[in-house]
Design a binder for this molecule. Structure first.
Ligand SMILES: [Zn+2]
Length: 496
């Protein structure tokens, strides 16, 4: 059999039919695809094939983070928990001066490296490029090419500046401070021009990056005009592009929706449906504050939800109605979100939180982190399972680890016990990108040195942003406090 890489003797865990003690298998990989999964020692391969001895290892499909942003990976650990709207003031790129190419490259690489070391093989990066600069897009795409992770890249763009993220925002924040209160778009834009720019980038990069897929990223409906969203829906339909969007992340989003979307009964979901976006190509990130009927509507439309339980807790946004999604049959994926609000590119944490909140055994969490993510990203036939014909995106975990000794129930221990510590090898697109826990594609030590060298400039800018926000924060906290006590008929801090 023709194979370039052979994984020998791994216990293969299938997300759709998990065995408690999975049988050992050989996995043959030919170029970027899996060519066979068979009983051990039944495949003869050429002497040129690389062989990985995976006895005492568990093979799982590479994990898929269906919601992530590369733009703030260098700010992990910088912030204590705070309301989403206060955190945005510190974290979004429009508040920072333009970053150097070196910093952009380093932040993409460090985020991707952390992801790989946690067994993630695909990231959905909603990247903010501000100010818009095609050379920065090139830097991001090149960094992904170099480290070898798979990426579905969506440029995060809105066209409505100066949005009010919370009720009471304008009443409470003094006029002279309001210009500082940028949580999203700084300058607006002509909807058609913005679409032309996004589409121009996609076309310019077409065919240049084998593991990179392009998608659309209207950041949140609130900062996008109906015209812009409608044009994105047309583009998505015409080019079969996936769309990723933050929807109902915080109670503030729900309260503002009730005021702004009168024509749609105050519902963001109805608004998204009216502009033509709510369909099987659409993934709403977070989805904490949906009403039961909105959850049903998402299920009927075949849209996906990417849940980010850790970041929702850190930004005091509440708890998504996890059980309701599962019961309604909504297609669920999991995300790791920003490094400055989750603060880890680690789906083991997300799987465990999801399983605990849903009150389930771990199977649904593992499926959401693999097949669910793959489907949300439009790669449902390509990745998410270890099977012949699929892309070879495989994470190998050591079973010689206390998390798996003894091996009683592989999926439950994967979700409830293993924190990501046992990730040994990671294969993406048939290539070994993490070998014995170390990057095989980039010089890790050089990257750590680069990060250290770049941080003083970033921290100086962060200090300036903190001091600029200092006078603003008491007003934001007060607007948040008043929003928290509003009766909107639902409480996502108490109900699951
Ligand atoms: Zn996000």
């Amino acid at each position: 059999m023709s194979a370039t890489l052979l994984v020998r003797g791994a216990r293969v865990l299938d997300p759709l039919a998990p065995e408690a003690r999975p049988a050992a298998r050989d996995i043959a990989i030919d170029a970027e695809r899996i060519s066979a999964v068979t009983a051990p020692n039944t495949i003869a391969v050429a002497a040129t094939a690389k062989v990985i001895d995976a006895h005492d290892m568990l093979a799982i499909p590479g994990l898929v983070s269906a919601h992530y942003h590369s733009h703030d990976t260098l700010l992990k650990g910088c912030f204590a928990p705070m309301p989403l709207e206060a955190w945005l003031l510190h974290a979004v790129p429009p508040n920072y001066p333009q970053r150097s190419r070196e910093e952009v490259r380093a932040r993409v690489l460090i985020g991707a490296l952390e992801a790989l070391k946690s067994g993630i093989t695909t990231l959905q990066d909603m990247a903010t490029v501000h100010p818009f600069d095609p050379a920065e897009v090139d830097t991001i795409a090149q960094a992904y090419d170099d480290i070898g992770i798979r990426c579905v890249l969506a440029l995060q763009v809105g066209d409505v500046p100066g949005s009010r993220p919370l009720p009471y925002w304008d009443d409470l924040i003094p006029t002279e401070l309001r210009a500082r209160a940028t949580v999203s778009v700084k300058r607006g834009g002509n909807a058609r021009e913005l679409i032309g720019r996004i589409e121009g980038e996609r076309r310019r990069h077409a065919g240049r990056h084998p593991r990179l897929t392009w998608a659309l990223g209207p950041a949140t409906p609130e900062i996008c005009s109906a015209e812009y969203l409608g044009l994105l829906a047309e583009l998505s339909e015409r080019e079969r592009l996936r769309v990723f969007c933050h929807v109902y992340e915080s109670k503030g989003n729900m309260a503002i929706a009730r005021e702004h979307y009168g024509a749609d009964g105050g519902s963001l979901i109805r608004h998204l449906e009216r502009v033509g976006l709510l369909n099987e190509r659409f993934t709403l990130a977070h989805g904490v504050w949906l009403q039961p009927e909105e959850i049903e509507q998402v299920a009927r439309a075949g849209a996906h939800v990417a849940l980010n339980p850790a970041s929702n807790l850190k930004t005091r946004s509440g708890v998504a109605p996890v059980r309701a999604y599962v019961e309604a049959g909504v297609k669920v994926a999991l995300g790791t979100d920003n490094s400055s609000c989750s603060d880890a590119q680690n789906l083991f944490q997300a799987m465990k939180l999801f399983a605990l909140l849903a009150g389930e055994g771990g199977e649904k969490a593992f499926a959401a982190a693999t097949v669910g993510g793959a489907q949300a990203l439009g790669l449902g036939d390509e990745i998410g399972r270890i099977a012949p014909g699929r892309k070879a995106d495989i994470t190998l975990l050591s079973l010689r680890d206390p998390a798996f000794a003894p091996l009683n129930d592989a999926v439950r221990q994967l979700v409830y016990t293993e924190p990501g510590r046992s990730v040994r090898h990671v294969i993406v697109d048939g290539r070994l990108v993490l070998e014995n826990g170390r990057a095989a594609t980039i010089d890790e030590d050089a990257l750590y040195a680069d990060v250290e060298r770049l941080m003083p400039a970033l921290l100086a800018d962060l200090a300036a942003i903190r001091s600029r926000n200092e006078r603003l924060l008491p007003y934001v906290e007060e607007a948040h406090r008043r929003t928290m006590v509003l009766d909107l008929g639902m409480d996502r801090f108490r109900t699951l």
